[in-house]
Design a protein around this ligand. Structure first.
Ligand code: SIN
Length: 284
């Protein structure tokens, strides 16, 4: 079956949780999951319910988890093969990205609204961030937006205009440009639909972001910039958002196919440190 067609339609109304407790953060996006220890091997029922909660709420959160790096990776692998980041790999654990900021940081990962690694031809399906250390005096929250709602709330003529469009996503913008990293070799660059169909839910989601999206194909720079700017400003509306306040040992698991996120850097020069594993995805 082609990648852009849903393989299974997900029915939100049919979910009954028997092994976990799920409390939505907002009506639109985000839920906190209780009564689960992610260090243990998940039963099939637990896995199905966590997956269902992720499909329903687009980002899910867990508190007070005690995971080794291997247990973190094992949890990620229940959802698919782990992705290797083009530029950030932890020594000895290439599937892990260290998310870190301190008094020496010149930039942090994720400060600009984005979905992860959309420059890749097969961007990651999901990301699982396990926070070890949070800033001593607060701050360092992560914001998430629901990109289904961003698409669905555009006026119909705008939806019609963007439905068939594609855009170039370029890793150079972030890793050589904004973050000014010295990165040897080629960085990924890919063309993706501006509106992607989620392979599980079958819903349409806006799929452009300020970090990686370079230009809409077939439009002039002026036309593309104007449309992208409108789409970004629309998708960053407060009523599509939730905000997660981290504590040490919290986990956020987001679906990159239907969300964007932004890390708040409002705690400099304090430290924040976590590990992220990323679940591989398919061609949008
Ligand atoms: C990221 O994975 O983009 C970083 C998110 C965060 O640090 O909150």
């Amino acid at each position: 079956m082609p990648d852009d067609r849903p393989d299974r339609h997900f029915d939100n109304d049919r979910i009954v949780y028997k092994t976990i407790r799920v409390e939505p953060l907002t009506p639109t996006i985000g839920a906190e999951i209780f009564d689960i220890d992610l260090a243990q091997t998940l039963t099939a029922q637990q896995f199905d319910e966590i997956h269902a909660a992720l499909m329903r709420h687009a980002v899910i959160f867990f508190r007070d988890q005690q995971l080794t790096i291997e247990q973190h990776k094992a949890f990620g692998r229940r959802f698919g093969e782990l992705d290797i980041h083009p530029t950030s790999r932890m020594a000895g654990h290439p599937e892990v990205i260290e998310i870190k900021a301190d008094e020496n940081s010149k930039y942090i990962a994720g400060e600009v609204w984005h979905s992860d690694v959309t420059a890749s031809p097969t961007p990651p399906m999901g990301s699982i961030l396990y926070m070890h250390q949070t800033p001593a005096n607060g701050g360092g929250d992560t914001l998430f937006v629901n990109m289904y709602r961003a698409y669905e709330t555009l006026a119909e003529p705008v939806r019609k205009m963007i439905d068939g469009l594609t855009a170039i996503h370029d890793g150079d913008r972030v890793w050589r440009g904004r973050q000014k990293k010295t990165v040897p070799g080629e960085l990924p660059r890919s063309e993706h639909p501006v509106v992607r169909i989620h392979p599980v839910t079958g819903r349409r989601a806006l799929y452009v972001n300020r970090n990686f999206t370079e230009q809409i194909v077939g439009l002039s720079r002026l036309e593309s910039d104007a449309i992208l700017d409108m789409l970004y400003r629309h998708s960053e509306r407060d009523d599509f958002k939730c905000r997660f306040k981290w504590r040490p040992n919290s986990i956020a698991f987001w679906d990159n196919r239907c969300t964007m996120h932004q890390a708040m850097w409002d705690y400099y020069p304090q430290k924040r440190y976590g590990h992220r594993v990323t679940v591989a995805g398919t061609k949008p």
